[in-house]
Design a protein around this ligand. Sequence first.
Ligand SMILES: [Zn+2]
Length: 597
Amino acid sequence: MNDNNHLPVWNLEALYADAESWEKDFARIEPLAKKFLAFRGKLAQSPEMLAAAISASDDFDRLVEKVYVFAHLKSDENTLINANRAKVDRVSALLAKLAPTQAWFDPELLAIDNDKIEKFLQDKALKPYEYTIRFILRRKQHSLSEPEEKMLGVLSDALGSSSNTFEILNDAELDFSKSVDEQGKRIPLTHGNYLTFLESADRNVRKKAFGKLYKTYRKFRNTFASTLEGNVKVHVAEAQLRHYDSALSAALDGDAIPVDVYHNLIEAVHSHLDAFYRYITLRKKVLKLDKLDMYDIYNPLLPACNKRYTFDEAAKLVKAALAPLGKEYGEILERAFSERWIDAPERKGKRSGAYSSGCFDSYPYLLLNFNGTLNDVFTLAHELGHSLHSYYSRTHQSYHYADYEIFVAEVASTTNEALLFEYLLKENRNDHEFCAYLYGHLADEIRGTIYRQTMFAEFEELIHSHCEKGTPLSADLLEKEYFKLNRLYYGSEVKPSRLIALEWARIPHFYYDFYVYKYATGMSAALKLAKDILSGKTDRYFGFLSAGGSKDALDIMRDAGVDLSTPAPVHAALDYFGEIVDAMQKELEFSGNGLLD
Ligand SMILES: [Zn+2]
């Protein structure tokens, strides 16, 4: 089916034509760092001086990104070529060496007194940087004196050791021994293949892997509780030192997100748990089980979709699905193919998975491992969403504001997926089995991205607030809280094994300091935007694509028509989830494949 010879490969020569020109730029990095460092101690001299310092910092960053992006793309193209890997290592080593010469800027800016900086900001030299400067100043009341900041800086490596211990134990030292596949063959169980076992149609295969995995975690439950507690204590202590009300508000302040956004999300999800319970009931019916356990949640409800697509067919489908975005978007999409932004084929040594990457001075490249499945078509739409978001922001913003925040990073990609979903649904209206499959696909995405991540977010806040009250985070407490939350989210139709109480132990995101809620808000926003686009309202969407990081993420989303400071977008997304579950049930009844008999 898949003829690798005809799949497109990317044009990295457009970024650097030869090794020599890359080396030339690499050699310019250190001098640019020195140029920036020369402004140290001079920021308060004049608005022009401050503007020149920011501009020097941008020149440095812009070159580093270009040099680094080429190295990492080249390396991912074929990880077996050491010379390519060596380029990445050289850039990383140089940046580590230069890092201590970069950290002075924010403290020095914050040390300028308020009246003076306000006056500076009236000067036209600083107009292009006003948003950035105010963003840094906003955190003034939470910054410490210079010696205190220095102390925290010196300690930061040591403060990360709980998190490092978790990674070493979890990724390298934990041994889950072997589980069995459908043929009874014993296979080493790893983080990488655990989900494959859980997706098996054979319940014993699922149950066995589930048991093996969590019984291993149970052996180390106190160690995992200790690494998690150590990490939470660091967040709590730093928030207290910086005079925040809570670790949560400290973490969200980094993106200028009010804590209401977080609490609204949790509340909105709580009020739509009934739709999730309906999904669970449908799952129980289709799987024909009396009761579900937690290892009955990830196996696909419907037989795998056996449709196959050539790369050209996939490209055609995606272009048609994104046509509601209009002519200009379509023309840029066309360039992704004609200018060869995409590296599509699977090949030996190539990095697995898919991503969109690039920098201000390159194409917004896409790496794929295209195999012709329906999932691969969705991945193409998703990564093109990232790439066109980057393209629009880089075209409409100066380098300084071209990068967008993590908070909005998954919005454009998920919007594209939603548009593809709606298009496929419309085009295959009479194929009930395929429609049921599509509904199942989206329902699973929403389950994983909105419900599950919000449950994680709720747990994260819970353990931080225990810690703030001085309650030790013992394994007993963590298991009790996790089990309770799991029961709330999955409802009475799931009678879970006690082992699920250990799930917290294996989630790396709990070490990321309130990160996962962004997945849930991002998807809620995307579903709303896709609806707007399909009803012809595209203007505000392009405002979002073009905004980069020139405003607070929450303002960018509000201007696009999604007000995440209210629970409305999450409510709408989960109402939609309820409709999808009902539609899926109907399609299954129509398709007459016996799944609901
Ligand atoms: Zn993505």
